[in-house]
Design a protein around this ligand. Structure first.
Ligand code: ZN
Length: 417
């Protein structure tokens, strides 16, 4: 949830400065030159700031799992994990409930040990780059709510995971991937109705020309109006954003209030059409399928690596078999290393869908210049012009330059003859 918010939203400075460059409006223009003209309209200091923010994120990608590894080491080395397991089993027995009680203790203690890094990444850094104006008290309160929700959901998931390991000691990793996806479906089902409202207020769009246009595009593309909402993202962040959340009956599109307050009608149309694209192209289901494969490979890796780690250090830690829940910190550390290595794969899966939604959005809204200016606004927190390899490995959305070029190509092909 926090990670989603982190990647979701912007700086407030640029919007007034972004006039459409003259080149972009001439007949029969060159899309590359038009793209360069848009990029050149960004003041150098704004670009330097956004590059620094985004490149700092590359390091966090590495530091977060390494920090997690250190947390796991502390929990294992000092016998904290096996003590928490004993406590959980004393009150909940050796089966499902004992494991859930252990997992909740683990999640709370791990969150406590990770707190300094969390404060830096999610509060200090966001304020440093002027991406948030949320006070510490409100931020901290929401962090506690998030921890409570995570402890319940992840605690139950861990209980099921270890039941599966005990039931199928050899092939548990296949079933574990299924359990992971099953819990993801539950989280997607509950998210928009029960979880997101704990953090933000969701309302139907207010009547007016913007809503008329958005709902008209929704109808034109077969999306029922009751699936379109607005929420007060400005509580946490200054970023402009919108998203699709939920699954089956709870699937919905949400526009954030920063987008509505800081963007032109053309920009809002384009962003909204992009989100309609996610909806119409069934990206939620496609992502679920892709993610289940990523998870399957991840658990296969753990099934290979965890017994080897435990054979080497397990005795010292008081954990000797894979089915012992006290090995959870090691399992989680291995999983985070796997996700680090898999970053280019998961990024590319997401980025490919984003590019599809962009093209859908251009065709549905017919707003290539709105797309270009909104891509520059998103460039407040996402590096605008990375190298090709950098974009391939580290971007989970197309870069600003890729998006503007896509828009300008579309525009070139839609010039009056
Ligand atoms: Zn998207």
């Amino acid at each position: 949830m926090r990670r989603m918010m982190r990647w979701a939203g912007g700086l407030a400075v640029l919007c007034g400065l972004l006039a459409v460059p003259a080149l972009a409006d001439t007949r029969g223009f060159d899309p590359v030159a038009a793209t360069d003209a848009y990029l050149a309209s960004v003041p150098p200091e704004a670009k330097a700031r956004s590059d620094a923010y985004f490149e700092g994120g590359y390091w966090l990608l590495l530091w977060e799992p390494l920090y997690g590894l250190a947390v796991a080491w502390v929990l294992m080395r000092f016998g904290l994990s096996s003590r928490m397991r004993n406590l959980g089993q004393r009150f909940g027995g050796k089966g499902f409930f004992g494991t859930v009680l252990y997992a909740i203790q683990y999640l709370v203690l791990a969150a406590l040990l990770s707190f300094p890094l969390t404060v830096y990444t999610d509060f200090v850094r966001e304020h440093q780059y002027d991406l948030s104006n949320q006070g510490f008290g409100d931020w901290f309160g929401q962090l506690l709510i998030e921890l409570a929700v995570t402890a319940v959901m992840a605690g139950l998931a861990t209980g099921v995971l270890y039941a599966v390991i005990r039931a199928a000691p050899k092939r548990w990793w296949v079933w574990a991937a299924g359990v992971g996806v099953g819990f993801l479906v539950v989280a997607l089902l509950l998210g928009p109705v029960f979880i997101s409202p704990l953090f933000n207020e969701y309302k139907p769009l207010e009547p007016g020309p913007i809503r008329d246009k958005v709902l008209s595009m929704a109808r034109a593309n077969g999306v029922p109006a009751e699936h379109v909402y607005m929420f007060d993202a400005s509580r946490q962040s200054k970023r402009i954003s919108a998203n699709v959340s939920g699954i089956f009956g709870t699937l919905r599109i949400s526009l954030n209030d920063n987008l509505l307050n800081r963007s032109t009608p053309e920009e809002i149309q384009m962003v909204m059409a992009h989100e309609l694209g996610h909806y119409v192209l069934n990206h939620v289901y496609e992502m679920l399928l892709s993610f289940s494969l990523v998870l399957l490979v991840g658990f296969a890796f753990i099934a290979w690596a965890l017994p080897r780690v435990l054979a080497r250090w397990g005795k010292r830690w008081g954990v000797e078999e894979v089915g012992d829940p006290a090995g959870l910190p090691v399992l989680m550390a291995l999983l985070s290393l796997y996700f680090l290595v898999a970053t280019p794969v998961t990024n590319t899966v997401v980025r490919a869908n984003e590019a599809e939604a962009d093209l859908f959005g251009l065709n549905a809204s017919g707003q290539p210049d709105g797309f270009a200016t909104v891509a520059l606004k998103l460039g407040e927190y996402r590096k605008l012009a990375p190298g090709p390899l950098e974009e391939f490995l580290l971007f989970d959305h197309p870069s600003g330059r890729s998006r503007i070029l896509m828009g300008m190509r579309w525009k070139a092909e839609h010039q009056a003859p």
